[in-house]
Design a protein around this ligand. Structure first.
Ligand code: CA
Length: 226
């Protein structure tokens, strides 16, 4: 799962990053509305965590969280959005919900409650948006994140699941290493160069060795007829 946090409070952002990476999520962080809108239009995220009071960065116009949310919904982006509000300001929360937020939290919040709400939002959106993916004896359920092979449940790590999901969602199409890397790690640059290979190796061992084909120098593909 790749989440985008738009928040100008550095300490809070760091706390959220630590909490969510412990859960196996990938978190990308931006501090202003304009950069966030650009990222959301050009890349794919599973959840947006949005502060409403956002600053203007040098050289960019100001775009507050509420306007960002209204813009996204007007452009038919339906990803789940949790707003983070600094004050216990009822009017602001109502405006956020009216603009299309799915949930909100008032800062400061309890980290366990935060994580539970993130899980709930992701569960709801995954269950709603995506049917079971089945291919060559492998079945992947986005609502429960369960994987089975020839009817047997297979235990996969969160990273292995994400990778398999990316490939199973596009059977017969080559998914580039860059795209996979983005989906798994976001923009962080400390990714070991062989990490994808290790995950692919594990999936081949747990499932079928025939399922995922390497396209040398490009990426990987789940074959239509393995
Ligand atoms: Ca703020």
């Amino acid at each position: 799962m790749r989440l985008l946090l738009v928040e100008d409070d550095r300490a809070l952002a760091e706390g959220i990053r630590v909490a969510l990476s412990a859960e196996g999520y990938t978190l990308d962080w931006l501090q202003d509305g304009v950069s966030a809108l650009h990222a959301l239009r050009s890349e794919s995220f599973d959840l947006l965590l949005l502060d409403l009071g956002l600053p203007r960065l040098d050289g960019l116009p100001r775009l507050d969280g509420l306007t960002l949310l209204q813009t996204l919904r007007a452009e038919q982006y339906d990803l789940p959005v949790m707003i983070l509000t600094a004050r216990d300001d009822t009017a602001e929360r109502i405006a956020g919900l009216d603009a299309g937020a799915d949930d909100y939290l008032v800062k400061p919040f309890d980290v366990e409650e935060f994580k539970a709400r993130v899980r709930a939002l992701l569960r709801r959106s995954q269950g709603r948006a995506q049917p079971l993916l089945e291919h060559a004896g492998v079945s992947l359920d986005p609502a429960t994140q369960q994987v089975s092979y020839q009817g047997q449940d297979i235990v996969v790590t969160p990273m292995e699941y994400q990778l398999l999901h990316q490939l199973m969602a596009r059977p017969g199409k080559v998914v580039t290493r860059e795209r996979l890397s983005r989906a798994l790690y976001g923009w962080q640059d400390r990714v070991e160069s062989n990490t994808l290979e290790v995950l692919i190796h594990n999936l081949r061992k747990k499932l079928s060795t025939e399922l995922i084909r390497t396209v040398r120098g490009v990426g990987y593909v789940v074959e239509l007829k393995p």
